[in-house]
Design a protein around this ligand. Sequence first.
Ligand SMILES: [Zn+2]
Length: 312
Amino acid sequence: MLEIEKDVRRVTFAIPFGIDHVHCYFLRSSGGGWILVDTGLGSRDPEARWREALDALGAPVELIVVTHMHPDHVGGAADVAALTGAPVWQGRADHEQCRRAWGERNPERFAEYWVRHGMPEETVAGIVAESDRLVEAVHWVERPDRLLEQGDEVDGWRVELLPGHADGHIALLRDGVMIAGDTILTGITPAVGLYPNSRPDPLGDYLRSLARIEELAPRVAYAGHRDPVAEPAARAREIAAHHADRLDRAVSALDGTPLSAYEVSLALFRDELSTTLRRFATAESLAHLERLVREGRASRAGSGYVRAAPIP
Ligand SMILES: [Zn+2]
């Protein structure tokens, strides 16, 4: 466990896929205990996973806050709640999405979605199998003790609703310190994808969230992965520029013949990708294509997309 600044401690767990680690944060509470933000993946042996960190704190965990419903953030929520007896608070919109994703799984509908967007059947089969494995590590909480909204206060920290990477993603802000989840990261850009049941324009949401981070201009953002973001406002601008460029590249990939999101992903992400990463790439391409439709630069054609005809 690392004390990254006064009253903020960080514990890092290895994860077996994607980015190879995740950070969880302990914030000193006004009562002298700790607030845990994010919980890593669910574990078969929560005691072994958490005991050392919990003992090192020297005071009880009084509250658990989840920034978003992705497995590496919400996955251990029920585990650590059981170990500590602490209540779990989660964003209202995020919990709704969490319930849809993990509580009402519908593998056929999930498979149909990727097929419709052009993914080859064998890749889809791989995605469904992976998702079956992943759900085992998502120990989410069906009834959080409180559902958080924009502007709510959590022991002096203000809740900021920053959708995009996840529809109901929240961050906590106090005295220039942001506990950012995956809204903003150092060195890599947070994935922004369109998934079944998600809000219709996640990239539009995300670009607004980046503008909000720029406006809030925290001194530092402690994120779910990698190093702290030293200049969050500048990093938000950089990430926005990256998406503007990717939008241009997505338009360039289109012409008058409808292309599926999968085909566009092959143009945008040319490397040979694992099944998981190709799923991310396809969802990310979809998010960009739907943004382009809203900007009048692309049109839907069946389940594919064409470049919008120039206005005569
Ligand atoms: Zn994450």
